[in-house]
Design a protein around this ligand. Structure first.
Ligand SMILES: Cc1ncc(COP(=O)(O)O)c(C=O)c1O
Length: 450
C-alpha cells in the first residue's frame, strides 16, 4: 500500500488504493478460507517457547513499504506456529468462542468504514443501529423491552459501567457484594472505582448463598449467571428481593451464559432478570461475534449518564439527541454493532438456538462418558456447555495430566479449582465442533491418564 504514496497525486493514490484493496482483500479472504479448512489439524495450543516467535521477527521496521501479501506469507511462516487456535473446533479451554462468517465479514466492513462514534452526529447510523441491535438481542434473550442498551469492549468494562452507576446512586456505601465465584473483573472494577469487595460463600452447587448475604454498606450486588469456573447460576430473583429491600443496585454478569437465553429451555437461569438494575452479556463469548462485543443494559439510563457524562466544549452540539458516549467510560465507539447485527440477521433466532443447542448437547454427551467411566469423576452440575471433571488421584496428577493432554496439540482444555481441588474443564462453543472432536478429547484424556 505504501506504493500508493509513490504514485504521488491524489486521484492516482485513490485508484491504486482501490485496486490493491480488492486484490489483497481477496488474497486475505482466500487465506482465511484455507485456514478454516486446516484449522482442525493445527496444534490447538501453540507449541512454542517464550520468545521463540519474537526471535523470528525483524528487530527493526522496514524503510520501504512492502506488499501486503508479504504479511500473509509471514503469517504462515512466522506467526502461525505461535498462535493458539481459538477458532479450532478442538479448542475446549476457558469459554470456547467462535467468530462466525457474518461477524468476520462485518468486522472487515467496520474497519473499512472506520466510523468513530464520539457523538450521534459523527455517525447517526452507528448509534441508532447499536440501539436497535441491542433491543433485538434483548428480545431474543428475554430482557424486558425499553431498557437502555449499549456495546462495550468486554464484560470487564460493562461491569465497570454498572458499578459506576451503582456507586453514583449510593455514594455513601462503599461495598460491592458478590459470590466467591464471581469473575475477577468485579474485583478489578471495584479497585478502579475505589469500592470494596465482599465475597459471599457459595453453596454445594457453587451458587451464592443467600443466607450468607450481608448487604451492610453495600451499594451493589453482582450476581453471576454462568460463573467462570463451573457455570453455576446465582439465584437472581431472591437476590433481587434482598436488593430491593435494602435499596441496593443489582448487576448481573451473564457474560457467558446470557447467550444461552435465546433457548427457552435455559430461561430458568434468568428468572427475576426484569428486576435487576444492569446486565452484561458477551456475544463475543457464545453468540458467534468477533472479539470486542459485550452487550450492556440498564433500566436506569439517567443514573448511568450522570455517572459518566462529561462534555467538553468541542463536543457540544445543538442536536436534540444524547450520544452514547455519555453513558460509559469510552468516548469513541466503533461500529461494532454492525457485526452483531450481521450475526442476528444471518442466523436469526433459529440459527442461534441451533448453535447453543449443539454446544450444550455435545457437553452433555461428554458428561455422560465421564460419568460412566470408572476412575473419573464429575465435579459440578452442568447447566450449559462446560463440563467440570477430574481423574482419580492427586491435584498434581490432574495438573500433569492436563499438561500432557495439551502438549499433544490435538485438543486444548483448561482447569479451575472447585472446593479447593484441581478440576479439568471441557468447554464447547465452536460452531464447527462435532461429536468426533469431543470424542477425540475424551480419547486423548484417557490415553494420557493411563
Ligand atoms: C463470568 C465472566 N464475567 C466477566 C468476564 C470478563 O470478560 P471480558 O474478557 O469480556 O472482559 C469473564 C471472562 O471469561 C467471565 O467468565
Amino acid at each position: 500500500m505504501l506504493r500508493c504514496v509513490c504514485v504521488g497525486r491524489g486521484r492516482h493514490v485513490a485508484e491504486e488504493h482501490g485496486k490493491t484493496l480488492a486484490r489483497d482483500g481477496l488474497a486475505t479472504l482466500e487465506w482465511l478460507e484455507r485456514y478454516f479448512e486446516r484449522v482442525r489439524e493445527l496444534p490447538v495450543l501453540a507449541q512454542v517457547e517464550p520468545g521463540e516467535i519474537r526471535a523470528r521477527l525483524p528487530e527493526h521496521p522496514p524503510e520501504q513499504g512492502e506488499p501486503f501479501t508479504n504479511l500473509l506469507r509471514d503469517l504462515d511462516d512466522v506467526l502461525l506456529p505461535g498462535l493458539t487456535h481459538w477458532q479450532s473446533p478442538r479448542f475446549f479451554a476457558y469459554f470456547a468462542t467462535c467468530a462466525s462468517e457474518p461477524a468476520i465479514l462485518a468486522e472487515l466492513l467496520v474497519a473499512g468504514l472506520n466510523n468513530v462514534g464520539i457523538l450521534w452526529r459523527t455517525s447517526p447510523a452507528l448509534q441508532e443501529l447499536e440501539q436497535v441491535t441491542l433491543a433485538w438481542l434483548a428480545e431474543l434473550i428475554g430482557v424486558p423491552a425499553g431498557w437502555h442498551g449499549q456495546l462495550e469492549d468486554g464484560a470487564s468494562i460493562s461491569t465497570i459501567a454498572g458499578l459506576a452507576a451503582a456507586r453514583h446512586t449510593r455514594p455513601d456505601r462503599p461495598v460491592v457484594v458478590c459470590s466467591e465465584h464471581a469473575h475477577s473483573s468485579v474485583e478489578k472494577a471495584c479497585r478502579l472505582l475505589g469500592l470494596e469487595v465482599r465475597k459471599t460463600p457459595a453453596d454445594e452447587a457453587f451458587r451464592l448463598r443467600l443466607d450468607a448475604l450481608d448487604l451492610t454498606d453495600a451499594c451493589a450486588v453482582v450476581a453471576t449467571v454462568g460463573t467462570t469456573s463451573s457455570t453455576s447460576v446465582d439465584p437472581v430473583a431472591p437476590i433481587a428481593d434482598a436488593c430491593e429491600e435494602h435499596g441496593v443496585w443489582l448487576h448481573v454478569d451473564a457474560a457467558y451464559a446470557g447467550s444461552a437465553m435465546v433457548c427457552p429451555e435455559h430461561r430458568w437461569a434468568f428468572e427475576g432478570i426484569e428486576r435487576v438494575d444492569s446486565l452484561v452479556v458477551n456475544p463475543h463469548k457464545w453468540l458467534l461475534t468477533t472479539q470486542g462485543c459485550s452487550a450492556f443494559w440498564t433500566r436506569h439510563p439517567d443514573e448511568l449518564r450522570e455517572a459518566f457524562s462529561v462534555i467538553p466544549e468541542y463536543l457540544r452540539t445543538p442536536d436534540a439527541v444524547v450520544s452514547l458516549s455519555e453513558y460509559g467510560p469510552a468516548l469513541g465507539r466503533s461500529f461494532r454493532a454492525l457485526q452483531l447485527w450481521a450475526v442476528l440477521r444471518c442466523y436469526g433466532r433459529e440459527g442461534l438456538q441451533a448453535a447453543i443447542r449443539n454446544a450444550v448437547g455435545l457437553a452433555e454427551t461428554f458428561e455422560v462418558w465421564v460419568r460412566d467411566e470408572p476412575g473419573w469423576e464429575l465435579c459440578a452440575p452442568r447447566p450449559f456447555s462446560v463440563v467440570c471433571f477430574r481423574r482419580e488421584g492427586s491435584d498434581d496428577d490432574n495438573a500433569a495430566l492436563l499438561e500432557r493432554v495439551n502438549a499433544r496439540g490435538e485438543v486444548f482444555l483448561s482447569h479451575t479449582k472447585l472446593d479447593g481441588r484441581f478440576v479439568l474443564r471441557l468447554a464447547v462453543g465452536n460452531l464447527r465442533t462435532t461429536e468426533e472432536d469431543v470424542r477425540r478429547a475424551w480419547d486423548v484424556l484417557r490415553q494420557e491418564a493411563t
